[in-house]
Every structure is written in C-alpha cells, then in structure tokens.
Design a protein around this ligand. Structure first.
Ligand SMILES: *Cc1c(COP(=O)(O)O)cnc(C)c1O
Length: 429
C-alpha cells in the first residue's frame, strides 16, 4: 500500500476499516479534555465500555444468591472458568481442553515448570533470552535454584550479537543443537517485549523436540497480537497474561496452554489444588489427588469471578470481531502506517541531527503491532515530551520507546495525529 501523510488519507482508511465500530466500544483516557493518543495497549489494554455491565451481573448475583450463586448465578461461579476455554483456544490456535484461564502469568510459568522442568544429572539446561522480561528471568533463576542448581550454569541466554538489536534465529537453533544432550527446556518470549520481534515458534519447537527438550513460550506480547497455532506447532506449554492485548484489566487472570499430548498424563508432577480435582468427585474431599484430564487439571483455586467478568466482556468483543485473522490484517496496515509516519518524521529531522530508529523487524511476518524506537539525539526527553502532549507510549531502559497501535481500537487517524504531535512538539513544521 502506498501511504500518504494527510488527514484525508488516514480518515479514508478508517472509513474502509471493517473493524471501525469497535473503537467506540472502548474507554479512552483524556488529555486536556480530548481523547488521548493511546499506544500502550501492549501494557494495559483499554477498558471495554461493557465491562461495568458484565461485572454488575456478578455483583447483583452475589447480592441476590450469596453462596448459592456458585450454582444459581446467571453464570454459575462453580463452572465460571469453563466459559473461557473455547474463545481463548480459538484466539491462540489451540483446542479448548488445552487451555485454562487461571492465576497470573508468572504463577503459571512456575506451575508449568513444576510439570515440564524435571532436571536430572544429564539433562538440566534451560535455553532463554538474555533480554527477557524481568519477571521471567526471576522465575527461571529461582526455579532452577529450587532444584539446587546454579542458574549461571543452567540458563543459556541467547542475546543479540554485538551491535545488533534482534536475536538471530540461527543463533537460537545453534544453541539448541550445541546443548542438545543437556537441554531440558526452551522457554522464550513468542514476541520479545522490548523489541517487538516475533520469533519462529514452530521451527524452534521442532528443533527443541529433535534434541529431546520441551518447547515453551511466554506469550504475554503475542496473545491477542499475532496469529498463533500452538496445537499444530506442537508447543508443550505456553503462558500469557490477558491485561495487555486482551483488555482484561489490571492484574487480570492469566492463561495457560498445555498440549493435548500431555493433558491426560496424570503422572506429570504438579502442584495441586482442589480446582484441578476431577469435577465429579471433587466434593467427596478424598485424600488422594485425581486431576482432571484437561488443562484444568493444573488449576489451584476457584476462579476470581469479579475480575474475570471484565475479561469476559473483552473476549466477547474479540469473538464479535471475528478473531485474530481480521485483527491481524488491519494490524499490518496500521503498523505499516506508523512505520511510514516515522519515516516522514525522519525526513524532517535530518537537519537537526535527530533520528527515530525503529529496531522492530521491518518484515511484517516478524512483528505484531508494536514498534520499538531508539530516539537518537533525544533519548528519554522524546518520551517525556510525548507523554506531556497526550501521547501514551512507554519507556524501557536503557533507551527504547515502545508504541503499539492496537487494531481493535486504534485508528489510522490516531497514527497520523501522532506524527502531527511530534512535528509540533519538536518544532519540525
Ligand atoms: C507483562 C509480562 C509479564 C507480567 O507477569 P505477571 O505475572 O502477569 O505480572 C511477564 N512476562 C512478560 C514477558 C511480560 O511481558
């Protein structure tokens, strides 16, 4: 597509956008009385306007039925989490029995590692990213220590080469084959939170399996952002949060995927709780633990219904929008437009020795909606100036500004306005 840097052009794309009606279903924060330019849906998705209604249903039923609400509520709380498996499975390319909504991302990572990281003398290493999200790093380090292993000798961290920003697939594949006999688990972000780079999950999964290791992904920045086929790719497990692209609200419930080939294996070690127990006999309160033969067999506790009601509101919007395919189609156009607008800004910055370097891959197949930028000559001032002028973006040390135009609620006009705001505040006009 040949893009133009004009309001008419941006509005033209918006008027042809088959998803345009969804923007009105989200609540935007205000700046000086006007809707702000919100590009941080990769950090906290906007609130769907319908959330109040969904949460109120549960508040009303709690008032009306009290404890009987577990069975008598309009959405009985006893089976509340079951409503989530099917829509979530569709959005991440899984079967409903492979998916469960529970806990938080980091909790789920630990729980999955209890089952899928069983180090022995020969096979104990974990391959991960050197620039992983801190919570994942802490989880891996401490999990390894709980097995009395030294993280420095156990975690193999893949880093971008010197002078580069992105990890190379060939480097990941080489590390997998070099450590083959000792490798227990590959655990990488499906989309890197800092750079927005999508890694080749099917190829990495195949390579891990070839050497006898499990393949797992943190999908915090992938779920709801890119198309996934976890079942077909044969991924062993995955975890993700839902308050980013899935708009479930702060601290919203997380997701876990466990491949079909593992869910019936009741011998897999796990940390158990009553909500994993076989539904038919759960309330007999037997001593012996008998887990369900679905991903639900990894649950610990009963569902946080009030917060999950907010998530349900958002999932219903995703379903109405037709799932990830139409969203990704728009996403490619929208992020392409942001890339174009940044190029336009760079043309105007030349004389001032300023440059916005996009470190996210230029290939649309290797990125989702996020673009990560290094603002040469400006650094953190660029971020500070943007936020002061009503642009929601974020800053990640040491030098990255992240912008994520989200196809469900961002418009082409938002992206054009972003360019205008930068021109104004940097006096490029
Ligand atoms: C957002 C994010 C988390 C957050 O973890 P919580 O347990 O939900 O607080 C973890 N890992 C990655 C890669 C993330 O992007």
């Amino acid at each position: 597509m040949k893009y133009l840097n004009t309001l008419d052009f941006a509005r033209g794309l918006d008027s042809k956008d088959p998803l345009k009606k969804f923007r009105k279903q989200f609540l935007f924060p205000k700046h000086n009385g006007k809707e702000a330019l919100y590009f941080t849906g990769n950090s906290l998705g906007l609130q769907p306007a319908s959330v109040q209604k969904y949460v109120n249903i549960e508040l009303e039923d709690w008032a009306k039925y009290a404890v009987e609400g577990h069975f008598d509520a309009r959405n009985p709380w006893y089976s509340y989490h079951e409503m989530f498996a099917e829509p979530m499975a569709k959005l991440i390319g899984a079967k409903p029995e492979e998916v469960v909504a529970m806990n938080q991302l980091t909790v789920n990572l630990h729980l999955m590692m209890v089952s899928f990281y069983r180090p022995d003398k020969k096979r104990y290493k974990i391959l991960c990213e050197s620039n992983a999200f801190p919570s994942d790093q802490y989880a891996l380090q401490t999990h390894v220590q709980s097995h009395r292993l030294n993280p420095d000798k156990t975690l193999i961290e893949i880093a971008p080469r010197k002078g580069e920003n992105l990890v190379r697939k060939e480097d990941i594949l080489k590390a997998i084959s070099d450590n083959g006999k000792e490798l227990a688990l590959v655990m990488i972000g499906g989309v890197n939170y800092l750079t927005g780079q999508v890694i080749d999950m099917p190829t990495i999964t195949k390579a891990a399996h070839k050497v006898g290791a499990y393949a797992a992904f943190d999908l915090a920045h992938a779920a709801g952002n890119i198309e996934l086929s976890l079942h077909d790719w044969d991924v062993d497990f995955a975890v993700w949060c839902t308050y980013k692209y899935f708009n479930s609200g702060p601290g919203g419930v997380a997701g876990a995927f466990i491949h079909q080939k593992h869910i019936k294996n009741q011998k897999l070690p796990r940390f158990a709780g009553w909500w994993a127990y076989d539904k038919k006999t759960r309330f007999q309160m037997n001593r012996e633990f008998v887990p369900m033969k679905t991903a639900e067999g990894w649950q610990l506790s009963n569902a946080p219904v009030l917060s999950m009601a907010a998530y349900k509101a958002s999932l219903d919007i995703f379903t109405e929008a037709g799932g990830m395919q139409p969203l990704c189609k728009k996403s490619k156009l929208l992020t392409g437009y942001l890339e174009f607008i940044i190029d336009e800004l760079n043309k105007k910055m030349k004389g001032k020795k300023l440059k916005l370097e996009i470190i996210t891959p230029a290939d649309p197949a290797q990125r989702g909606c996020q673009l990560s930028i290094i603002a040469h000559g400006m650094g953190r001032d660029f971020y500070n100036t943007l936020t002061k002028n009503g642009v929601f973006c974020d800053w990640r040390n040491p030098n990255v500004v992240r912008l994520a135009p989200v196809p469900l609620y961002n418009s082409f006009e938002d992206v054009w306005q972003f360019g205008q705001t930068v021109e104004k505040v940097l006096k490029l006009k």
